[in-house]
Design a protein. Structure first.
Length: 577
């Protein structure tokens, strides 16, 4: 560690200047005209606002521009910190300070804080590194445009390009992260960047769930290659160790994981493959993972299926499959909710993509839409044997011509008739919530009654749907994930108020009553020089809260890296790669 103590020569010169100019003495008893005030202030023998130049906490004297005396020096600030004085810190007294909390002193990036702007220093991050001011350059001498970087100029071991003061890999743009070796390994296990590296067509990350006991986060990626069409793979991250593992499905480099049930590719084509079209996963009450897939996993489809996956072994078991003309009669095996049909072959209602939930008693809920059947939500028993309509409306039935017709389904549930399909489902406290064209609706699980919970035109508009979960700390619903990079919303189901999860802009409208409030005191966002302001995106919503700390969010980046974000500061970085 660099020694910032004042040398004997410096002390002698300073003392000589004081005596020569007749300025205040460093000893208050020797010159009562220039006493100490009892307060502290900062002195910068080096360059002000630098973490790597000398700075000192000193006694404040009553004389204007008093020379610093050796006896005035209270503390020399250590390498990577600087003297900082602000009314909001240390009761307004000067202190040696960092933008990274002292709890992270063992982090290799502890000396890579921020200092140019006082807002970083006023709001230290509790994460192991600070990406809020980071130079996110390419590692070859170029910069990525966010600037304002502070980086240990002596360190050549842990930065990109192994150059002193180089950018931190975890804060960098996607390209350098993919193309250069990581100086420090962030987690062990297969790389989840592999799907993007092999240019898998349409590779997208969907959904997310976390097991609070094992502290593993699960997510699912759906992808296409020359051999596999719309295949999916379920993976996991350990939130404590950062380690990665493939639970079930295919990895481009590591091969197959798990065993058991395989499904046909879209349009019932062979060869069979794991988890065709799967893009939603849920953790059931039995701690098993349940995926919702079949067909392409897009739009409305009659090839849907539910597959149970053992998170320990990756074994796959088919627990429900929709009935259609191509798969034959399945009613003896699985319960079906059929569309009105005057033709020969019974067929399931058209099931919406990404509209799936597992209730606390193991029942399954799915959204449907079609001209004949209308719109609604079905409920399937935990054993997959029975299906019933929870809520439905519209639909015209089926007239094949020649007097042969099938009447429309009887409506169930009172309330508004939704104009757009239901996407995304969440079961909480006896109510099923679903998103329809950025509006949030509720469906009573007992009666099917419908109600508008939050309307996009009256409040924050953006709302995701591919991943929804209940936040028991804030008593709100998280609805995240659409094709837009950052669309995600927190919704208060009592008031209908919604706020973005990528900033605390709600403070502009609600002040201290805002749902999400950072430590800055004024509205800020992830666009303040962080990873998410530098070309990264979260894709279709693999987002979870840390079960032990609601201030921490984990999200799957389009690159396959796992991001960690601190809501109190919006500081974020790649946590596992």
């Amino acid at each position: 560690m660099r020694d910032f103590s004042v040398s004997p020569l410096f002390r002698a010169i300073a003392l000589g200047l004081v005596l020569f100019t007749g300025a205040c003495s460093g000893d208050e008893t020797a010159d009562s005209n220039c006493p100490v005030t009892g307060k502290t202030s900062c002195s910068y023998p080096g360059v002000k606002s630098s973490l790597y130049e000398p700075s000192q906490v000193i006694k404040e004297r009553s004389c204007v521009d008093a020379e610093v005396q050796p006896s005035d020096i209270i503390e020399d600030c250590e390498w990577g910190s600087m003297c900082f004085q602000d009314p909001e810190i240390n009761n307004g007294e000067a202190t040696c300070h960092r933008s990274i909390d002292a709890s992270q002193s063992s982090s290799p990036y502890y000396n890579f804080g921020c200092s140019q702007f006082s807002m970083w220093m006023r709001t230290p991050t509790g994460l192991e590194m600070d990406c809020r001011c980071r130079d996110v350059g390419d590692g070859q001498g170029g910069t990525g445009g966010t600037g304002n970087a502070m980086a240990d100029p002596n360190n050549t071991d842990i930065t990109m390009g192994a150059r002193p003061g180089g950018p931190i890999m975890n804060c960098a743009q996607m390209g350098p992260q993919e193309d250069q070796p990581w100086p420090i390994q962030y987690g062990t296990g297969p790389s989840f960047n592999a799907w993007k590296q092999q240019n898998s067509s349409g590779a997208s990350w969907f959904s997310g769930a976390v097991d609070p006991t094992s502290r593993e986060m699960y997510a699912i990626i759906k992808w296409t290659s020359p051999q596999n069409v719309k295949s999916a793979t379920v993976v996991a991250w350990n939130l404590d160790t950062k380690d990665r593992r493939v639970i079930s499905g295919l990895h481009p480099q590591e091969g197959a994981f798990g065993s058991g049930y395989e499904s046909p590719q879209p349009n019932n084509r062979t060869p069979l493959q794991p988890l065709t079209g799967a893009n939603v996963l849920r953790i059931g009450p039995d701690k098993m993972i349940y995926t919702y897939g079949g067909g392409t996993g897009e739009s409305t489809d009659d090839q849907r299926e539910i597959v149970k996956i053992d998170p320990a072994t990756g074994e796959r078991t088919l627990v429900w499959k929709a009935q259609n003309e191509d798969t034959g009669v399945l009613t003896d095996t699985f319960g079906q909710c059929l569309r009105p049909n005057a033709s020969l072959f019974p067929k399931t209602v058209g099931l919406n993509a990404q509209a799936f939930e597992v209730g606390p008693d193991g029942k399954y809920y799915m959204g449907f839409r079609g001209v004949r059947e209308g719109d609604g939500i079905i409920e399937i028993s935990a054993d997959g044997k029975t299906c019933s309509f929870l809520s439905n409306w519209g639909g015209i039935g089926h007239n094949q011509g020649g007097g042969v017709s099938a009447p429309p389904l009887p409506d169930r549930g009172a309330g508004p008739m939704l104009q757009f399909p239901v996407q995304g489902l969440l079961f909480h406290d006896g109510v099923v919530y679903g998103v329809s064209n950025s509006d949030l609706f509720s469906f009573d699980a007992a009666t099917g009654d419908r109600a508008l919970v939050s309307y996009a035109g009256a409040t924050y508009g953006g709302m995701g749907f591919s991943n929804m979960f209940w936040d028991s700390t804030r008593n709100v619903i998280w609805a995240v994930g659409t094709v837009a990079s950052y669309v995600g919303t927190i919704v208060d189901p009592t008031t209908g108020r919604r706020e973005s999860i990528y900033g605390d802009s709600g403070m502009e409208d609600y002040g201290d009553d805002a749902i999400l409030k950072s430590d800055y005191g004024t509205p800020q966002s992830v666009g303040i020089g962080t990873l998410l302001s530098n070309g990264h995106s979260i894709n279709y919503g693999g987002v979870v809260l840390d079960p032990a700390d609601p201030n921490i969010v984990y999200a799957v980046l389009k690159s396959g890296g796992l991001m960690k974000m601190e809501l109190s500061t919006f500081n974020n970085y790649v946590y596992s790669w």
